[in-house]
Design a protein around this ligand. Structure first.
Ligand SMILES: NC(=O)c1ccc[n+]([C@@H]2O[C@H](COP(=O)([O-])OP(=O)(O)OC[C@H]3O[C@@H](n4cnc5c(N)ncnc54)[C@H](OP(=O)(O)O)[C@@H]3O)[C@@H](O)[C@H]2O)c1
Length: 248
């Protein structure tokens, strides 16, 4: 996997000015850090997540800082229907007319476990949030992304989806599948150079999700989500133009 961004990368202060970027899982962890950073670099962010209180806290932080006014879109990806995604696309079209960035951060993870212990409901929920939702969102938002002069879709990956380890379970399977989906889609869209799709494994980050997998780990030993932000800014902004179908 290639390393990004270049070691000397410094995003320009207004890197994402004028862009509309939808971020899933924006209320916590990496999604929250990405939302604040995108807004700080000039983007209008659409904060999607399931816990309204968390989304409102991010909204308030962005507003207090004087960044472009964000929008909130609460949606439980575990139970969302095709119509829910179509309604979201309609709302974005009405409000903004196009979409310049889509960052898939939301993820469902319960625990590492043997395949024989996976509850069928857990299997379905994980696939719904980690694979079906990124598919359905990207599919429904594609016309709006294609209406942008320069758009980027980023799927957040995980090393547990890149190399099989015992107990990775349905989480690892869902992350492997989402990267394969990204590659297939990027090939199909290679005649649309203004739209790129890539995936990015941020490595271990100090978040609620990490704690579920590694409950004995000292949080201070794991980097905060902000360490992954420069790579996401690079992928979402114009500096990664022309790069598509890559797993970083
Ligand atoms: N942390 C790591 O070490 C690590 C390593 C590699 C990759 N990743 C990836 O990084 C991404 C962000 O994870 P994170 O570590 O930042 O975890 P996190 O802090 O637990 O954040 C996950 C986000 O997903 C949202 N979410 C979960 N289920 C949802 C649902 N059904 N509908 C809508 N939103 C839902 C959560 O909302 P609520 O807050 O409302 O629950 C939360 O905002 C994930 O794709 C994860 O796989 C993380």
């Amino acid at each position: 996997m290639a390393a990004i961004p270049p070691a000397d990368y410094v995003p320009s202060p207004q890197l994402l000015a004028g862009r509309h970027i939808l971020i899933t899982g924006a209320g916590d962890g990496l999604g929250r850090a990405a939302a604040l950073a995108c807004a700080a670099h000039g983007a209008t962010v659409i904060l999607l997540g399931r816990t309204v209180r968390k989304l409102e806290a991010v909204y308030d932080e962005i507003e207090r800082a004087g960044y472009p006014q964000p929008a909130i879109y609460p949606l439980h990806l575990g139970g969302a229907s095709w119509k829910d995604y179509a309604d979201l696309a309609d709302a974005i079209e009405r409000e903004f007319g196009r979409l310049d960035g889509l960052l898939h951060c939301a993820a469902h993870f319960k625990a590492f476990m043997p395949m024989t212990d996976i509850d069928p409901q857990e299997w379905i929920e994980t696939l719904q949030v980690n694979l079906t939702a990124p598919f359905a969102l990207t599919r429904q938002l594609l016309p709006l992304l294609q209406a942008s002069a320069d758009a980027a879709v980023v799927f957040v990956a995980d090393r547990h989806g890149r190399k099989a380890h015992a107990y990775d379970g349905i989480y690892g399977i869902s992350k492997a599948a989402v990267e394969q989906m990204m590659r297939i889609w990027a090939q199909e869209l290679d005649s649309h150079p203004q739209l790129r799709l890539n995936s990015f494994d941020p490595g271990p980050l100090r978040t609620a999700l990490r704690l579920k997998g590694y409950p004995g780990e000292k949080p201070t030993q794991v980097p905060p989500p902000e360490t992954a932000v420069p790579a996401l800014l690079w992928l979402l902004g114009p500096d990664s133009r022309g790069i598509s179908g890559r797993a970083f």
